[in-house]
Ligand binder design. Structure first.
Ligand code: ASP
Length: 311
């Protein structure tokens, strides 16, 4: 049995507040949220836990933090509702579970994990999967738990722009997603991702997050990837699977493969955003082509680090 140093990376979305409008107080709050999520995942790995459990713990912490667009604090559709997507993938055997367009569970990633572990399916929508979550004892808070005034105000701004025929190009208002990738001491990798999607998305729109190989992917032979950004482009360029394919077929490192996909495939095709990725040796990379990406990382024996901009 291998016993190598663990590694963990997280993101809180590439749709960051523009540096010019960020205040020191907000920056500190985002960084505290990232540190808390890193700690949740690292505690699992330090105790000898699996990569799957670590990414679950980190993503739950990010879903619970209303600053990030997932779980509590998810953005609103044009119809004023919150529709959440989430997924998880285990690099040991490529088992994966996902949910799309759900509203109800406090932690959509736990519902995705339930799909992975208790059903023969990969992706589920609708009432039945919610019922599955209730029966399994997942927490379903009151609906107003998920509401945040800031996201509601952002929707009103976006709707006003849409009415005038203008594009809403403020990434902080539009975007966000949370995710984690980990490599545990056994050299197993996993990825989990969760999102409210886009402010002002059409009801029923599904993004890249619950699509394995687009916004989330894990395979021990190559890497684990969690993406954030313009989901439609991540889907069309199968971002996560493409990073793995470059490693598998071209022999590229996780660093080179992720960089190529983020900067070329996505970056040159209107696909703003970034990814976090880790290979089975624990090599981490966190490239993005946007102004910033809320992110954090830790490797066994080093101090956890968080960052927002290109610093
Ligand atoms: N990728 C997410 C989506 O398109 C949004 C984001 O990461 O900003 O649903």
């Amino acid at each position: 049995m291998t016993n190598q140093p663990y590694a963990l990376a997280i993101h809180g979305g590439a749709g960051t507040i523009l540096k010019s409008t960020m205040t020191p107080e907000r920056e500190a709050a985002y960084k505290a949220g990232l540190h808390a999520a890193l700690k949740a995942g690292e505690d699992v790995l330090r105790a000898g836990g699996s990569a799957v459990d670590a990414v679950t713990a980190s993503v739950c912490a990010l879903e619970d933090e209303p600053l990030f667009n997932a779980g509590r604090g998810a953005v609103f559709t044009t119809a004023g509702r919150q529709e959440m997507d989430a997924s998880i993938m285990d690099g040991r055997d490529r088992s994966t579970g996902a949910v799309a367009g759900v509203f109800g569970p406090k932690n959509p990633v736990l519902l995705a994990r339930l799909v992975m572990e208790t059903t023969p399916h990969v992706c589920m929508i609708g009432d039945h999967v919610l019922e599955l979550g209730r029966k399994a004892g997942l927490e379903f808070p009151e609906a107003d738990y998920f509401f945040t005034q800031a996201r509601w105000d952002a929707l009103q701004d976006t709707l006003a722009m849409q009415a005038k025929g203008e594009d809403d190009d403020d990434p902080a208002r539009r975007h966000g997603t949370v995710g984690a990738v980990a490599c545990d001491r056994q050299g197993n990798v996993a990825a989990a991702t969760s999102t409210g999607g886009w402010t002002g998305k059409m009801p029923g729109r599904v993004g890249d997050t619950p699509m394995p190989g687009a916004g989330n992917f894990a395979e021990n032979a190559t890497c684990a990837v969690s993406g954030t950004g313009h989901g439609e482009v991540f889907i069309r360029y199968t971002a996560g699977a493409e990073i793995a394919a470059r490693m598998r077929h071209r022999g590229e490192s996780v660093i080179d493969a992720a960089r190529h996909v983020v900067m070329q495939d996505l970056g040159q095709n209107d696909g703003s955003g970034g990814v976090i990725a880790v290979d089975a040796k624990g090599v981490l990379t966190l490239p993005f082509n946007s102004e910033g990406m809320y992110r954090g990382w830790v490797q066994e024996g080093t101090a956890p680090e968080v960052a927002i901009y290109d610093e």
